[in-house]
Design a protein around this ligand. Structure first.
Ligand SMILES: Cc1ncc(COP(=O)(O)O)c(C=O)c1O
Length: 399
């Protein structure tokens, strides 16, 4: 069979289901303003929460080498990598940290390294694809917890670890992990891997959501691609766990060390995010978050994150609403399965410190009018779980 023909057929079938995706062609980006296919727009769909991705303060003249030259374990372990890992460990008050080229690469490398066959693994129903794929590669058979439910307090065993795998701010829903449930789980002596991708940098001194509550999960995952405006990710944990990851995580061992150019920018970004400039950006961000919440849904008095899901349900309708917003100069992505559960396609709005409140006023006005025209309610619905979220040990349910 001709693979090109087969690919064409698969693409046609995705299109028929309203699931075909195309990367929007962005140009002339300047903060939240850019051109999309030649049309000037304001973006409300990036994860650049503090508006640092385009910040001139991160564009220092660089004299550092372009490449690490090899995997860290061969000859690519440079002083800048070691400095950054020490800085990241201290950011989350952990003993050690390991830098990865991306968060996806991290989760698919770290989980197979840490999970063992005798372990009991509990995983939130709305976990990110990289966590799910990491558990698949680990050949784990996780119990899939109804979204936001903590694991049952099982008696601890001596032959295996009881893991809770969860995000702290859920990427597509914007709701937050209950810190008291995390505390109870950790105090029992059970283990937790918490992905703080969408939380790190948003709380005091650049901490994540659990750090904000002085909680220290067994393993913390953080990305540098969101509030830090760069790319890359790190895992922070005890020294033996980090050393095991350096030895056995295949996506670390068999991948070239992160470019020193990027490492220099990440170090500068951490300086900014954890200092007084970061405090100012966070103040602006959370003021914008509260402003948009008040405009969209006055009952949303204490919005938990800069992520606002407007659940539409139908894939094609979500795409058509996103296209109509584009005609008004607003770039909002329609998020469809498999990124979100079937039947919960949504407009995922994200707010940044770089938005001007007047932009949010104008956007909310256009969105309200558009939804009214369609006879749809303007409601923020966080944490809509997949159908029938009964706890199950069938890993295939993590779609
Ligand atoms: C919860 C979570 N973990 C990991 C990742 C992957 O991070 P990266 O974009 O650095 O690959 C994402 C990406 O959005 C995410 O939402």
């Amino acid at each position: 069979m001709d693979p090109t023909r087969r690919a064409r057929e698969r693409l046609a079938s995705l299109e028929a289901d309203g699931l075909l995706r195309r990367a929007p062609a962005i140009s002339e980006r300047n903060g939240v303003r850019y051109h999309l296919d030649g049309r000037p727009v304001v973006g409300l769909c990036s994860n650049d929460y503090l508006g640092l991705a385009d910040d001139p303060r991160l564009r220092q003249p660089l004299t550092v080498p372009s490449g690490a030259g090899a995997s860290r374990l061969i000859s690519g372990d440079l002083p800048c990598h070691r400095e950054l890992e020490a800085r990241l460990a201290s950011l989350v008050e952990a003993d050690d940290a390991v830098l990865f080229p991306s968060g996806f690469q991290l989760n698919v490398g770290v989980l197979p390294t840490l999970l063992e066959p005798a372990d009991q693994v509990d995983s939130d129903a709305l976990n990110h694809a990289s966590l799910i794929d990491g558990m698949r590669l680990a050949r784990a058979r996780p119990t899939i917890l109804a979204h936001a439910e903590p694991p049952l307090p099982r008696p601890l065993r001596t032959d295996g670890v009881h893991w809770w795998i969860t995000e702290s701010i859920f990427s597509m829903d914007g709701d937050r992990l209950d810190p008291s449930a995390a505390r109870t789980h950790l105090e029992r002596g059970a283990a937790m891997l918490v992905d703080e991708a969408h939380a790190l940098g948003l709380f005091r001194r650049g901490r994540g959501w659990l750090g904000h509550h002085d909680l220290h999960p067994t393993v913390v995952v953080g990305t540098l691609s969101k509030a830090f405006g760069c790319a890359g990710a790190f895992v922070a944990a005890s020294r033996p766990l980090c050393d095991l990851i350096r030895n056995r995580a295949r996506s670390f061992v068999f991948s070239t060390g992160t470019s020193p150019v990027l490492v220099a920018r990440i170090l500068r970004s951490i300086e900014l995010v954890t200092g007084s400039e970061g405090d100012e950006l966070r103040e602006r961000l959370w003021a914008n978050v509260r402003h948009l919440a008040a405009l969209l849904d006055p009952s949303d008095r204490d919005p938990p994150s800069p992520i606002f899901p407007i659940v539409i349900g139908d894939n094609a309708l979500a795409v058509s609403l996103a296209n109509r917003l584009l005609e008004h100069g607003w770039h909002v992505q329609a998020i469809r399965p498999p990124t979100v559960p079937v039947g919960t396609a949504r407009l995922r709005l994200t707010v940044s410190a770089a938005h001007h409140p007047a932009q949010l006023d104008a956007f909310a006005h256009d969105l309200r009018r558009l939804l009214e025209d369609e006879g749809l309610p303007l409601r923020i619905e966080r944490g809509l779980a997949p159908a029938a979220p009964t706890p199950t040990t069938d890993a295939r349910r993590h779609a």
